[in-house]
Design a protein around this ligand. Structure first.
Ligand SMILES: NC(=O)c1ccc[n+]([C@@H]2O[C@H](COP(=O)([O-])OP(=O)(O)OC[C@H]3O[C@@H](n4cnc5c(N)ncnc54)[C@H](O)[C@@H]3O)[C@@H](O)[C@H]2O)c1
Ligand SMILES: C[N+](C)(C)CCCC=O
Length: 518
């Protein structure tokens, strides 16, 4: 029972009780052997013999499981399952859908530790953060369950007693395509509004982190959704492309890099399908000399080092007003060096492993390039090998603070997507606003100041979709999240997201005779 529930086996082959399993689940102790696809209500093994891809455990560098990318036949089966589930689900009332979604939220809460641990094993982030990600996923489902019964149109009285009304209707089969940095959260952030609006979904996780989205599929099924309402197909760009082109797919919601987002938009355009694009960022964090420096330093850490720095909205360009630069740098380096790096399953860890060896090497190469271009490494930026032998092949690095940075440096222009903070100085508000906005990206931005009028004046002029005043990377599901410019299209979370998962039908009702011109 436990093994089925948890979806994996233990290397010592015994399946202890749940509590013991939770206790004995440690890095390097898990092999995942269950199928990772899920459609028409249950896990599915791949029917097409395709080359299996290794999926790694970032904490140890060992193979965690194997992934078989889904081909056309399997994608078609999953879309067909979603299409058949759409019928009954879309005919339910919002309250009926809400009841089932609330049950799913309860099940997530009851399996919080298990889901969080599997997220850690597959993504490498600390258990402390993984629990918060699972909470955000649950809250998102609760939030949209609450909105499900509020989806309504409007009545418009017209001359002569005639009138019109609008109906807010679902889109049909929605596709979700996820990135590897928040696997379970992204699956929830996409499926919750989709299902609340009466749609069904086929979700494709990143092939780097295929494990936890299937747990969400199991939970939705157990909560009582119609068979096939939420499906998971595994694979990479080929599987993703098959989903985008599929004639029975009505919408694509994508989270990932800008180049891939552009391809998604192009593919969806063939079927004139609406897209949501949650893309990359290179966000500014502005610290004025009148800010509470203690909070500004903590804000800079929150803006750069969550999830090993692998966060789209990170404020990685930290602009500090000249008068407080030395004090800020001294304190931020001290706190960065104190971040506990190591086994992500340990309660004391605050920085786990980056998601893959190639990604670790890419981030380290950004630090080398920064040095070549004249930046100073104040701390970190090196490969880290924990003392525990089972972690020696894991993908760890020390969090890095760069100073003496200039706006033209690669580390300041390009998204690094790792624990690398670039510190820059500025003198005036006008200067820093021009520099902060001087990017093709526009996902997020932050400002620290005690001057409330300056805070709102600056935020008004920042070209970014998610802005923070005197904090950073706080994203309650009650408010929208998404980007300006090349950082994306549409929003996730908040009431507005209903617009991206539904469509309005206008009905005109003639109460008199046709007044024909002919
Ligand atoms: N804005 C946000 O909310 C947000 C959140 C997380 C990550 N991101 C961004 O994602 C990037 C890192 O994630 P990643 O490396 O997984 O991004 P990626 O673009 O490489 O992959 C994202 C997803 O797209 C799929 N994919 C790749 N090529 C495809 C194609 N041609 N057709 C269909 N699907 C395709 C991948 O399999 C994966 O599931 C960073 O740029 C980061 O900023 C943005
Ligand atoms: C929840 N965060 C921290 C805003 C991350 C959202 C997804 C971007 O990587």
């Amino acid at each position: 029972m436990l093994r089925r529930l948890l979806g994996f086996r233990f290397r010592n082959k015994t399946a202890p009780t749940l509590s013991a399993a939770v206790r004995c689940l440690s890095s390097g102790s898990v092999d995942i052997t269950v199928p990772l696809n899920f459609w028409a209500g249950r896990r599915r093994s791949s029917q097409e013999s395709r080359e299996k891809e290794n999926v790694y455990e970032p904490a140890t560098g060992r193979v965690l499981c194997h992934l078989e990318p889904c081909g056309g036949e399997e994608v078609d089966q999953a879309v067909k399952a979603a299409k058949s589930a759409f019928g009954p689900w879309s005919k339910m009332s919002g309250m009926e859908r809400a009841r089932i979604m609330i049950e799913a939220a309860h099940l997530i809460e009851s399996r919080r530790e298990e889901i969080a641990e599997m997220e850690v094993v597959n993504n490498g982030k600390s258990i402390t953060e993984a629990r918060l990600d699972v909470d955000s996923a649950r809250l998102c489902i609760e939030y949209y369950a609450g909105l499900a019964s509020t989806l309504a149109g409007q009545h418009v009285q017209l001359p002569g007693g005639s009138f019109a009304y609008t109906r807010r209707e679902p889109l049909g089969v929605c596709v979700g395509i996820g990135a590897w940095n928040y696997p379970f959260q992204i699956a929830a952030w996409k499926s919750a509004p989709a299902l609340a609006c009466g749609n069904s979904m086929v979700f494709k996780p990143s092939p780097v982190t295929p494990v936890t989205a299937v747990l969400l599929a199991e939970i939705y099924a157990k909560a009582g959704v119609p068979e096939g309402l939420f499906n998971v197909v595994q694979g990479g760009q080929e599987t993703g492309s098959l989903l985008c082109y599929h004639p029975d797919v009505n919408k694509v919601s994508f989270t990932g890099s800008v180049p891939t987002g552009q391809k998604i938009m192009e593919m969806a355009s063939k079927g004139v399908k609406p897209v949501t694009l949650e893309l990359g960022g290179k966000s500014p964090l502005i610290i004025f000399k009148d800010s509470d420096l203690e909070n500004a330093v903590k804000g800079a850490l929150m803006a750069n080092f969550l999830s090993q720095g692998q966060v789209c909205s990170n404020g990685t360009r930290v602009y500090v007003q000249k008068d407080v630069l030395a004090e800020f740098v001294e304190e931020v380096v001290k706190r960065t060096q104190a971040i506990a790096i190591g086994d992500p399953l340990l309660e004391s860890t605050r920085m786990g492993a980056l998601v893959s060896r190639p990604h670790l090497d890419k981030v380290l190469s950004f630090v080398e390039q920064a040095k070549k271009e004249g930046a100073t490494v104040l701390c970190g930026g090196e490969r880290f090998v924990p003392s525990d032998p089972k972690l020696k092949s894991g993908y760890y690095m020390t969090p890095c603070v760069l100073s003496d940075c200039t706006d033209d440096m690669t580390c300041v222009r390009d998204e690094i997507f790792g624990p690398v903070m670039s510190v820059l100085s500025f003198e005036t508000e006008q200067e820093v606003l021009q520099r902060a906005n001087n990017t093709t990206m526009g996902l997020a931005a932050g400002v620290f100041t005690r001057d409330v009028t300056r805070a709102h004046r600056v935020v008004e002029q920042l070209k970014a979709g998610s802005c923070f005043i005197n904090n950073y990377n706080i994203t309650p599901v009650e408010v929208p999240f998404g980007g300006f410019k090349m950082s994306g299209i549409g929003r996730e979370n908040g009431q507005v997201t209903v617009e991206f998962y539904s469509q309005l039908k206008t009905v005109f009702v003639e109460m008199g005779d046709v007044d024909s011109l002919f």
